[in-house]
Design a protein around this ligand. Sequence first.
Ligand code: ZN
Length: 55
Amino acid sequence: MRVKCVLCDRIDELDDLKPLAKKLRNRPLHTYMCETCEKRIKQKTVERIGENSSN
Ligand SMILES: [Zn+2]
């Protein structure tokens, strides 16, 4: 199935057999994020947690 990243509008082809594809099909409101954006968000979150714990 084709999915569009909510952050950068990149279209990705997702293997229908992947658990993520099933999840997106069952829950249309569940937004898809491409690997690049996901990594970026995760990194940001980690950085923020790091900042908080140091304060
Ligand atoms: Zn993206």
